[in-house]
Design a protein around this ligand. Structure first.
Ligand code: CA
Length: 222
């Protein structure tokens, strides 16, 4: 899943990018408000980490433009310790959560998981579809209660399908969500990951919808 980090402090931005990559996210990092605004108009992110004090366009203005376009992507703002006013303005402008600097990377990752879960309409942290259980916090996957070893990208592909169970995902859409700018993408990478998932879990897990994309059928309501 692809996350946008907007932070002009080089050290902090670098640490956030590295930390989130380690959690399996594809991360785009923008260092000013205008670049962030442009990225947000064109790229599909599952969440945004937004510093408020930014060059060229403030984080608050980035947020107002984003919400002005009606984009519902969850936004977590980063604010300085003494800036209570900023936090209030940020939340009122459409931020979903905030963290005060300095913060713990583990807490940032956990808050993002919660935001992404809520945005997908799920309340349960554990995803459960077609006999597959996936825990986003521990990266553990069980199929029919047996553990399955997946690579980081295989896990991310499966996670995307489980969050979108019952919806067709095109290859382009999966690639956009899995890779950040500048990542090397093999032309058939998505097909290879899906092939591995079918082999490691079940051939019937992900259906190919010819000419359109792929579908993980949702469980029928009990
Ligand atoms: Ca800043």
């Amino acid at each position: 899943m692809r996350v946008l980090v907007v932070e002009d402090d080089a050290l902090l931005g670098d640490a956030i990018q590295a930390g989130l990559k380690q959690s399996g996210y594809a991360v785009d990092w923008m260092k000013d408000g205008i670049s962030a605004d442009q990225a947000l108009t064109t790229e599909p992110y599952v969440a945004v980490v937004l510093d408020l004090g930014l060059p060229r366009l403030s984080g608050l203005d980035v947020l107002r433009r984003l919400r002005g376009r009606g984009t519902p992507v969850p936004v977590l703002i980063l604010t300085a310790m003494d800036m209570v006013d900023d936090r209030i303005k940020g939340l009122d402008a459409g931020a979903d959560d905030y963290l005060v600097k300095p913060f713990d990377m583990g807490e940032l990752a956990a808050r993002l998981r919660a935001l992404i879960r809520r945005a997908s309409g799920k309340t349960e942290p554990l995803l459960h579809v077609s006999g597959v259980k996936l825990d986003p916090s521990t990266h553990r996957v069980l199929y029919r209660d047996k553990p399955v070893e997946l690579s980081v990208k295989e896990f991310e592909v499966l996670h995307a399908f489980m969050l979108n169970a019952g919806k067709v995902l095109s290859r382009a859409k999966l690639e956009e969500q899995l890779y950040a700018w500048g990542d090397e993408v093999e032309s058939n990478a998505v097909e290879v990951h899906i092939h591995h998932l079918r082999r490691k879990l079940s051939p019937a897990l992900i259906e190919t919808i010819r000419g359109v994309g792929y579908l993980m059928p949702a469980d029928k309501a009990a």
